[in-house]
Design a protein around this ligand. Structure first.
Ligand SMILES: [Zn+2]
Length: 460
């Protein structure tokens, strides 16, 4: 049976449910200017890549805010990582430079780069690799993003976190290629794409050859130049550093009457300024911490645990570490996780330029059971969230920062949108959907308050 039930069903039932659900009347505590200021502060630190100075500043900022909002038992849970950083990167053919960007966590070239023949392999399937000997050469491949449909409607046309043909890079490694050039075929006509973001210190994901990204139009230009030559030669540079570093998850608590925990989380790391991804999610977590932590806040039955995680852009390592560390103590107490990410504007590409469409990006509230879907639908409607759809989250391929908790069967409500620019340098303050910040905070406050009044068995 199709696990997706048509949204109208939810809307009808949600209207009934609105009689039951909470709608706190003290939401004027939330201020758009204040939530915007949290994002501006986070953005001001720089690129919050795990283990960098900017990310460490964000950790301290969040701890200070948590303390100021009255949270207790605030912990900075640090762990060691390898901090990968590119310094120089370039691609040239016939001494003509082709604009490019580095593929994070891929191998560095020697300081004087590599010179090798270029081989174009289409989308780089296994069959494509059988057509050419790529050993010692630089493979050029069109890289394709996946897409997601809901009820046959394309919800996400290009999922920028998921390449359908990532295997093309692995095959280049296994076939002893000297380098890899990916043309971002389904992306904006841009190359400042920081991904994929696997863990460089984990051998399983080790990228042993250097990789570069090209925009669509630069890719076309490269292929044209290649087509005019018998065995086109290129010079490829990617130099940088891999240094030991530390990064940390931040947690803080508002004790309730019970030991049971409702977790509220987002991630504070980013690949560039990350205003939307995930300055916006972190700012919502801070706003909720302030809302529930204030002196005259209604006393909840359950304990709230606020988590600002790191390592989203490091193979979700923050969550891997959190799971290992708290599998025996905190996680068994968690009855639900409310996750929030990416309150952003919709953009489109017009004549090679990225322009705003004037509305917020289509947003999903992933909910892992019918009850959570119903209370989420109610909160979305009651608080006037725009272009937001509650989506049942089963065992499908949907992903959010809550993925690891979903996998251990913690009931989840995860608000998320997936604009194409999340891993791009263009993710700056002007792309935050500012008018949605307070409605989202209010909706999540309602969801948390309603969950708090719900018997544990209803949440499962
Ligand atoms: Zn995010």
């Amino acid at each position: 049976m199709n696990r997706f039930i048509f949204p109208k069903f939810f809307i009808v039932v949600a209207l009934v449910f609105s009689l039951l659900a909470c709608d706190s009347d003290d939401k004027d505590v939330f201020s758009q200017d204040e939530i915007v200021s949290f994002i501006e502060d986070l953005v001001s630190f720089g690129y919050r890549r795990p283990g960098t100075e900017a990310e460490l500043k964000a950790e301290q900022y969040i701890m200070d805010k948590f303390a100021g909002f009255g949270l207790s038992d605030i912990q900075q849970e640090s762990f060691e990582i390898v901090v990968w950083d590119a310094q120089t990167y370039s691609l040239s053919i016939n001494e003509q430079s082709i604009p490019c960007f580095y593929m994070p966590y891929s191998a560095f070239t020697p300081p004087d780069g590599i010179s090798a023949e270029l081989v174009y392999l289409g989308e780089g399937s296994e069959e494509d690799y059988l057509t050419a000997d790529v050993a010692g050469k630089i493979v050029v491949v069109d890289m394709r993003f996946g897409s997601f449909d809901l009820f046959g409607i394309p919800i996400i046309e290009a999922a920028s976190w998921y390449f359908t043909n990532w295997e093309a890079y692995n095959l280049a490694m296994f076939n002893q290629a000297a380098g890899f050039v990916g043309i971002l075929a389904d992306y904006f006509d841009r190359n400042t794409y920081y991904g994929p973001v696997d863990n460089p210190s984990k051998p399983l994901f080790e990228r042993t050859i250097p990789g570069l990204w090209l925009s669509r139009s630069d890719g076309e230009q490269l292929l044209q130049i290649m087509a005019d030559q018998e065995s086109p030669q290129a010079d490829l540079f990617l130099t940088g550093s891999m240094e030991p570093g530390e990064t940390a998850n931040i947690i803080g608590f508002i004790p309730g009457k019970k030991e049971e925990i409702i977790m509220v989380h987002s991630h504070h790391d980013s690949v560039f300024e990350g205003a939307v991804e995930d300055g916006s999610g972190t700012a919502e977590v801070l706003a909720l911490a302030k809302y529930f932590g204030r002196d005259n806040a209604p006393k909840l039955n359950r304990t709230l645990m606020f988590l600002s995680s790191t390592g989203h852009f490091y193979n979700y390592m923050g969550h891997q570490v959190f799971l290992e560390k708290h599998m025996e103590d905190l996680l068994p107490r968690v009855v639900a996780d409310v996750c929030v990410e990416h309150i952003g504007l919709e953009v489109e590409e017009v004549d090679g330029r990225i322009v705003k469409t004037g509305r917020n990006n289509l947003t999903g509230v992933l909910a892992t059971n019918t009850y959570l879907s119903l209370i989420s639908t109610n909160a979305v409607l009651a608080n006037g969230l725009k272009r937001t759809l509650v989506i049942p989250w089963g065992d499908d391929e949907m992903e959010s920062d809550a993925l690891y908790y979903h996998e251990i069967d913690i009931p989840i409500v995860s608000l998320i949108s997936a604009p194409l620019y999340l891993y791009d340098i263009i993710d700056t303050m002007d792309l935050v959907a500012k008018d949605q910040l307070v409605p989202v905070a209010c909706a999540l406050a309602d969801i948390i308050t309603t969950i708090d009044k719900t018997p544990t068995s209803w949440l499962k």
